[in-house]
Design a protein around this ligand. Structure first.
Ligand SMILES: [Zn+2]
Length: 330
């Protein structure tokens, strides 16, 4: 008995030494895994914590899969959670777009996970419940089945193999929808492909103030991305710098002449960043992660196999458009 006890003691000491050597920070899995495993919002007051690309979300609201003027897509991704202001914004935008005859409704893509946080695939931002993707396709007349919402193809508004908007697809209604979103005072910025920004610049006419919030970024030619400002009650939310006041139409040269040029054939791919750990996020995110859940969330969706999700990587750029590997946050 004594011998076994001593052996066990030695083993424990060895394990402890090993744990200290590898560093306690790595004892925890990457934050994206911890947050992706949470199916229901933290039962706390609504608050966005941290920055859009480094934070989390307490007290999330959930966008229903269906509304009078929207259908949420890719339900298995479980990213229909947002700050209540974001969910309300999407509902109002869809209603106003329909009321003005811009589009009959919206196809809504990813918002955030139930408690926000880093995501295992698809986005650097979308972490604090204030980012939402809207497909650049009017809502079809029919209600799509759950399976159809997985399979429904993304459609680029660019002419294949070019960086130019396809006028067989694009209409002024696309512009009017983006303008409607950008003119909302809650909206901090809207991200679109540089080719779309160029089209907006060319067709905006004289009233151009709204263009200032519409920012060019890689990708985003089959959906656009709306970012809300930090909302009241979110003391821990880090605001993003203002977009200033110009229309941004004079700054597109760099995108077309440098950023979107195909990389040289011998270009080395950028090193992947190490995954964010919980310790890298604001301390409050640990509280958000460990808080009791509201019990909300869709049990049907929570049963969906998680490892099926990357196969549905619907945000991959279309192959024929050159997209550099590094994607700076804008
Ligand atoms: Zn997005």
């Amino acid at each position: 008995m004594m011998a076994t006890g001593r052996k066990a003691g030695r083993l424990a000491a060895t394990l402890l030494a090993l744990a200290l050597a590898t560093g306690a920070a790595h004892a925890e899995p990457p934050a994206k895994e911890l947050f992706a495993a949470k199916g229901s919002p933290a039962a706390l007051a609504p608050e966005s914590v941290g920055f859009y690309s480094k934070g989390c979300l307490a007290g999330a609201a959930e966008l229903a899969p269906d509304g009078p003027h929207w259908q949420a897509m890719r339900l298995s991704r479980e990213r229909r959670f947002g700050h209540p202001a974001t969910v309300a914004f999407l509902q109002q935008l869809s209603e106003e777009a329909a009321r003005r005859g811009i589009w009959p409704g919206l196809l809504v893509g990813d918002i955030s996970q139930a408690r926000g946080g880093p995501l295992p695939y698809g986005h650097a931002s979308h972490q604090i419940g204030l980012d939402a993707d809207i497909w650049l396709q009017p809502m079809p007349a029919q209600r799509l089945t759950q399976q159809a919402r997985e399979d429904f193809a993304f459609r680029s508004v660019l002419r294949e193999g070019t960086l130019t908007v396809d006028d067989r697809v694009w209409t002024d209604n696309y512009r009017d929808l983006i303008r409607l979103a950008a003119e909302d005072s809650k909206v901090q910025r809207v991200f679109v492909h540089p080719g779309i920004k160029k089209k907006l610049c060319e067709t905006a006419g004289r009233d151009r103030a709204w263009l200032n919030k519409v920012r060019p970024i890689y990708g985003h030619h089959e959906h656009f991305h709306v970012r809300l400002r930090c909302q009241p009650g979110s003391d821990g939310c880090t605001p993003q710098e203002s977009t200033g006041s110009g229309d941004g139409c004079g700054d597109l040269g760099w995108w077309f002449n440098v950023a979107l040029k195909p990389p040289p054939p011998n270009a080395k791919p950028g090193k992947p960043k190490p995954p964010m750990r919980l310790a890298d996020l604001p301390n409050q995110c640990r509280v958000v992660l460990n808080a009791p859940g509201t019990g909300a969330g869709n049990p049907l969706l929570m049963a969906a196999p998680r490892d099926a999700a990357p196969a549905a990587l619907s945000y991959a750029p279309i192959a024929s458009v050159p997209i550099p590997t590094s994607r700076p946050m804008q």
